[in-house]
Each structure stands twice: as C-alpha cells, then as structure tokens.
Design a protein around this ligand. Structure first.
Ligand SMILES: C[S@@+](CC[C@H](N)C(=O)[O-])C[C@H]1O[C@@H](n2cnc3c(N)ncnc32)[C@H](O)[C@@H]1O
Length: 234
C-alpha cells in the first residue's frame, strides 16, 4: 500500500514512521467490548442522545451514525475551537447533530443538511426532544445544492462531513472556502471503510478530500475505527 503515489497536495513525502508490523494499526486492540466500555466510561448517552441513537433500529433507517465516543470527540473539538457556526453534511436521525449543537454556546447554530425527508423529520423530532430545536436548522436537499444557500450564514467555525463519500472532495473544497481561519474540517469515514486505497470512484474522491484538505488546513487523520480527518484552517 505504501507503493501508491498520489499526485495532488503539497509538501514533502516521508517514509512511514513506524516499523512494518501490525502494531501500527492498533486495530487488533480495539475489540467491541473495549469500544463499549470506553463509551460507557467516557461518553455515555443521556436519554436524548440514546433516543437518537436508537432511532435507526426502531424505524428501519440505516444505523450509520457515529459512535458515542466519536460523537463526543466532535463535541470536544468544537468546544476547543470555540465554535459558534457549524455546518453538518449528513444528518440521519440527528445523533451527531445533538453532540454538535450541545457543544455550541446558546447563540450558536448548526446548519445540518440531509436529502432524505424521512431522516430529516426523525432528526427534527430528536432535536426537539433534546431541547435543541432553536440551535439547529435541518435543511432538506442534496448537499451540493443546499451548501451554496448557506454561504450568507458563514464564515463557519466548523464543517462536519458525513454523507455520500463520492462527493467528499467537493464538500472539502466548499469547507476550504467557507471555514474561518482556525476553524475545523471534520470528515468521518476517512478510511472509507478500509477501502481508501481502492480503484473505485468514491475511494478516489476520498483520497482527493485528504490531499486537497492539506493545502488549506493543517491536517491529521485520527485513527477512530473508520478514521476522522481533522483539519485546522490555515
Ligand atoms: C452516515 S449518515 C449521517 C449520520 C449522522 N451524521 C450521525 O452520525 O448521526 C449519512 C446521511 O447523509 C445523507 N446523505 C447522503 N447523501 C447525501 C447528499 N448528497 N446530500 C445530503 N444528504 C445526504 C443520508 O441520507 C444519511 O442520512
């Protein structure tokens, strides 16, 4: 895999930092039991979060929200960045949205974009149950069409990308144009389910997302189970 050479993005290339052994991935250490214990210990769901977490299995929509620990990571990063204005791409039932909105001050706002009206309706109900309806607007439509309408609400303190992987490069480019200096780019599924280096079009889009982000953000990929790209706008 290290034979692959990507062309875009600046900066020198260095060899891998760690020895060629399995310990560099850590994946063998993160068992489901440990994931659950860590989430229970550090990031337990309160009733409002649990309701959003359980919505997929209760309604039959896909259970593809972030994990409890990842949700708390997002919230803590927003707090560290003193974020007030946030865009989320991919709402589902509002689980991550609750984490994001709670991290903002009372006058902060999350603009969350979702193209499935059923998901948006479930999210709005979960956000109302969490007492966050005043802090979140769920915009219904394809993100590439909705994002230009959000420009007047910016510049933004953070953009969280968690929708169709084949458009991540476009979402990253939009974030580069509309995130303030010191603001955050957050990209979930940055490992693309283990397929990041495949030949497919979405894998290529995800690699462009990584590579292009480096030009505008100081970046690192946090090795959560499926990777969280973190960028701080230069
Ligand atoms: C992974 S889920 C989001 C999970 C949510 N962020 C969470 O952690 O609770 C992705 C969502 O993005 C939506 N989506 C997919 N493609 C989209 C697009 N082009 N524009 C807007 N929403 C999209 C899907 O309908 C789905 O609800």
């Amino acid at each position: 895999m290290f034979g692959l050479r990507l062309s875009s993005g600046g900066g020198p290339r260095y060899p891998p930092l760690m020895a060629d052994d399995d310990s560099r991935t850590g994946s063998t250490y993160l068992t489901p039991s440990i994931v659950d214990w860590l989430a229970t210990t550090h990031a337990p769901n309160d009733p409002a979060l649990q309701a959003a977490y359980d919505t997929p299995k209760e309604t039959g929509i896909p259970a593809i929200h972030v994990g409890a620990s990842e949700g708390k990571v997002l919230a803590m990063l927003l707090r560290l960045a003193s974020a007030r204005r946030v865009v989320e791409i991919g709402t589902l039932a509002g689980y991550s949205t609750i984490h994001l909105a709670r991290a903002l001050p009372d006058d902060g706002h999350v603009h969350s974009v979702e193209f499935d009206p059923k998901h948006a309706e479930l999210a709005r109900a979960n956000l109302a149950r969490a007492g966050l309806a005043h802090k979140v607007t769920v915009h219904i439509g394809p993100a590439l069409e909705v994002l230009p309408t959000l420009v007047p609400y910016g510049p933004f303190c953070a953009v969280f990308v968690d929708a169709d992987k084949g458009n991540y490069d476009h979402y990253g480019a939009w974030a580069a144009a509309h995130v303030r200096k010191g603001g955050l780019l957050l990209g979930d599924n940055a490992h693309y389910f283990g397929n990041l280096l495949d030949d497919s079009a979405p894998a290529a889009a995800m690699r462009r997302f990584h590579e292009q982000a480096r030009s505008f953000f100081d970046t690192v990929c946090i090795p959560t189970p499926d990777g969280l790209l973190l960028g701080v706008r230069k």
